[in-house]
Ligand binder design. Structure first.
Ligand code: SAH
Length: 390
């Protein structure tokens, strides 16, 4: 197995637990290797750090899988890691639907697996883990005997690893239009053509957080995707709910979800650009008791953080203007590069511009089946805030 040595003075981050090693952190190496192989990593003074998969084509050159020199990386290794991830989800109470594997937070870098009741959806986002796909599928079959496994590797980030974008069955073909249950509601999930893996499990606990503020309320949700927050609002007693999303496909599914749950009379969905519509309605002086915003990630690159902040500020400013005095704003951000402090600061700037005062109701993050490792900062990415807009 090839050996790599970290540069002197660099590597504290890695020694202290971060699993990524960047190209510029590596010094000497010994031995032959091919892209995607597992290699050993040592500090500059020769002490063992860990082993992980290497990809010379990627800026994240090595992703560590194990800190144990004796541990073999083989089929059994992946089986054990998956079992451990599943045991953890059960321990914290996420059984029917959960993010079964959240990459680095489960010591399986670049692997994502969502469990939607009897179905599993998988993403292998780095070359090293992609090579173990059949071992992972075999382990999933052994642990779950699932009704189906599907690969949603149609994501641009794979190209940074020299991998093609692709999607398809990793089991016998099955009907990819499934239904999942959450908080007493039912949702259509389109595993093949839905966004990401088909459903945003990371907001599953946050959807419950709106329970008390929506009773009898007129609710507006922008960026509603398949209407999950909107349906929760109806379920918790909202008088009327209007959900907006730019995607026709999402809005159609949202409408089907309203029908599925018997809320056709409460929920309406429209396919529009939320930025335009919220601006227009603000001018017209429209008001809602509750406004909910869950926009997509505005940037994935450090150079565009300022653009993302401008986007968050603008949309939240518009949201606040549409909120009746004493009403509530429910707002989220999934942009990894916008950290929680920066997000709150942005909301504060929006409130100043809107000349409104805020009273904090809840300040939350992603559901616990997306674990946050304190020594791996980018495992915390979701910000979720409820404020009363005074
Ligand atoms: N809250 C949802 C997830 C929202 S994802 C849930 O928990 O399931 C963000 C959504 O914003 C996507 O559905 C995307 O289609 C939509 N979107 C992106 N840009 C938009 C725009 N300008 N106007 C309205 N919707 C937009």
């Amino acid at each position: 197995m090839a050996k790599f040595f970290l540069r002197k003075k660099i590597g504290d981050r890695v020694v202290n637990g971060h699993p990524w090693i960047f190209a510029n952190e590596l010094g000497d190496s010994e031995g032959e290797y091919a892209a995607g192989d597992v290699v050993e990593v040592y500090s500059y003074n020769g002490s063992f750090v860990g082993k992980g998969y290497i990809n010379p084509a990627s800026q994240i050159r090595i992703r560590l899988l194990s800190r144990d020199k004796a541990e073999q990386i083989n089929e059994e290794f992946f089986y054990k890691r998956l079992l451990k991830a599943w045991e953890y989800r059960q321990q914290i109470g996420y059984v029917e639907n959960c993010r079964l594997v959240f990459g680095e937070a489960d010591e399986l870098p670049a692997l994502i697996i969502d469990k939607f009741n009897d179905y599993l959806v998988l993403q292998t986002l780095a070359l090293g883990v992609d090579r173990w796909k059949s071992a992972i599928v075999a382990a999933l079959n052994k642990i779950f005997s699932p009704k189906g496994i599907y690969e949603r590797n149609d994501v641009p980030v794979r190209e940074l690893e020299g991998l093609p974008q692709q999607k398809g069955f990793l089991s016998e073909p099955f009907d990819t239009q499934i239904i999942l249950r959450e908080n007493g509601l039912k949702f259509h999930v389109d595993i093949e053509n839905g966004q990401k893996t088909g459903y945003f499990l990371d907001q599953q606990d946050n959807r419950r957080a709106i329970q008390h503020i929506v009773k009898g309320a007129d609710v507006l949700e922008a960026f509603c995707y398949t209407g999950t927050f909107s349906l929760h609002a109806a379920h918790y007693g909202a008088k009327s709910v209007l959900g907006l999303d730019i995607s026709e496909h999402a809005v159609n599914t949202a409408r089907r979800n309203a029908t599925l749950n018997g809320f056709d009379d409460v929920c309406t969905f429209d396919a529009v650009n939320a930025f335009d519509v919220l601006k227009q309605w603000g001018k017209e002086g429209k008001k809602y008791d509750v406004v909910m915003l869950d926009p997509p990630a505005f940037t994935k690159s450090r150079e565009n953080i300022q653009k993302a902040i401008t986007g968050y500020k603008e949309i939240n400013l518009r949201g606040m203007k549409l909120t009746r005095p004493g009403g509530f704003l429910v707002t989220a951000s999934c942009t990894n590069l916008v950290d929680p402090t920066l997000f709150l600061k942005t909301i504060d700037m929006a409130a100043k511009d809107a000349r409104r005062k805020l009273r904090q109701v809840s300040w939350q993050t992603q559901a616990s089946d997306h674990p946050i490792l304190w020594h791996v900062p980018n495992t915390q990415y979701l910000k979720f805030l409820i404020v009363q807009v005074l």
